[in-house]
Write a protein that binds this ligand. Sequence first.
Ligand SMILES: [Zn+2]
Length: 182
Amino acid sequence: MEQLKEILKYNEKFVKERAYAPYQAGSRPVKKMTLVACMDCRLIELLPKALNIKNGDAIIIKSAGGMVERPYGSVMKSILVSLYELGSEAVYVIGHSGCGMHGLEADKMIRDMKNRGIGEETFAGLENDGIDVKEWLCGFQSVEAQVRKSVSIVKNHPLLPKGTPVYGLVIDPKTGELKPAG
Ligand SMILES: [Zn+2]
């Protein structure tokens, strides 16, 4: 609650002082590009700065690991919306070194859930519903391989506009250096 109060107090001042002025932009990305990146907090400012992206330049879709896991999941849907409805023309999937999803053990997270009060019966119920929690929560073993896998899902999607370039990159969360995912 304390944090929310502080946010609202700061926000009132932000709007009153028109601090938003330098960030005003249209809703269609000027650079006609869509990025899929990790939610890692080190990338909040570093990622756009390292790519020379300013407010209004690009659509940035974020998730844990910047993974495109399913052809009909929310990340892929967002990519298609950006391409068909917002004027993007290229997709960049950007993983990063030192990602929390690298080597993420579903077993450990399930243990953490149980330690924080999620009961065995909940897991049993999910299993009955055909949900494989362990599979769903797992991370990846190689960021480059994961980026290539995501790129492949996007590139091979039957609804992707024909000729859309899809690139795979890995960013260093300290220096912002970009490298192709191979
Ligand atoms: Zn990450």
